[in-house]
Design a protein around this ligand. Structure first.
Ligand SMILES: Nc1ncnc2c1ncn2[C@@H]1O[C@H](COP(=O)(O)OP(=O)(O)OP(=O)(O)O)[C@@H](O)[C@H]1O
Length: 292
């Protein structure tokens, strides 16, 4: 299902001395089945934006259309449960919200809260543990005896157990080591490719954007300043530097080569793309012609 923002604004604590405008004039469509990355500096409005995707926040102006539901400032808070089920949200450090005595009960909690039977919820817990790459044996363990990376997977499994169509992840690899980061992102990619989940990822890791996303939304001061494919967004390295947004390593290297006279048909985003375009431009090195 598509999610569309039309002229959306959001102001916290309207009418109080603490009023603060977090979003303005957002016009944006997050496409069904896409993998969208949202990037931008701290305080640019990323978390506020994604909380509109499952109506945790309602716009203070404009409309957000989630599938066939239109959310306006006047929308009643009742009957939002179906949206919360369809759009799953993994907050930052989701493991801090684990609380049950076993992993199975923790994962089953969400679906049971949404009216799914205990038996079916526990069955889902078993499926979801496998889906996030953990062994069945963890089901009866306390979530608090697991490693940080495992706890995070359990927390994500708890959201997946609601069988959402859209999965929102706010910095899902924060605080993990490189291997843990790769594991989690590999899992997210599988959920997107094999389980057809629409994924919306908030991240400051440009390598992850380059490797996994097919749409990038760049936010600044509560507005959307650019939307495009990773290649479109990362092709303008100078713009990224001016905005202090970080540049994927491969694009940064290619940019140096372009300044030295090398030419690329398109901005390489992976090492393979870089090698494929670079090697024919080198006189001898890298050619395997002389290798027996
Ligand atoms: N509960 C709140 N009350 C008042 N202002 C808030 C609240 N939450 C966020 N803000 C303000 O709204 C703006 C956008 O914040 P938001 O958390 O959406 O940004 P962000 O891009 O997600 O930042 P980060 O990368 O640090 O998570 C900021 O100016 C922030 O101070």
């Amino acid at each position: 299902m598509d999610i569309t923002f039309k002229d959306v604004g959001y102001t916290y604590q309207v009418g109080t001395p603490f009023e603060s405008r977090a979003l303005h004039e957002i016009n944006l469509t997050l496409r069904d089945h896409a993998f969208t990355a949202i990037i931008g500096h701290t305080g640019s409005g990323k978390s506020t934006l994604v909380q509109h995707l499952n109506a945790l926040l309602k716009p203070t102006s404009g409309t957000v259309t989630i599938g066939d539901r239109v959310i306006t400032p006047e929308t009643n808070n009742k009957n939002l449960k179906p949206i919360r089920q369809k759009v799953g949200m993994v907050f930052q450090f989701p493991e801090s919200q684990l609380f049950e005595e076993t992993v199975a009960k923790d994962i089953a909690f969400g679906p049971m809260n949404f009216g799914v039977s205990e038996e079916e919820s526990l069955k889902r817990a078993k499926e979801m543990v496998q889906l996030v790459g953990l062994k069945d044996a963890v089901l009866e363990r306390s979530p608090f005896d697991l490693s940080g990376g495992q706890m995070r997977r359990v927390a994500i499994a708890g959201v997946l157990a609601m069988k959402p169509e859209v999965l929102i992840l706010d910095e899902p690899t924060a605080g993990l080591d490189p291997e843990g980061r790769r594991d989690i992102m590999g899992m997210v990619q599988r959920l997107h490719q094999e389980n057809q989940l629409t994924v919306i990822l908030i991240t400051h890791l440009m390598e992850d954007v380059a490797n996994y996303a097919d749409q990038v939304v760049v936010m600044e001061n509560g507005g959307v300043v650019k939307v495009g494919t990773p290649r479109e967004v990362f092709s303008n390295v100078q713009w990224l530097r001016d905005k202090q947004l970080g540049v994927p390593e491969t694009a940064a290297f290619a940019d140096q080569l372009i300044k030295k006279g090398f030419q690329f048909k398109q901005m390489p985003l992976t090492e393979t793309e870089l090698a494929d375009e670079l090697l024919p431009q080198l006189p001898q090195a890298g050619r395997n012609d002389n290798v027996e």
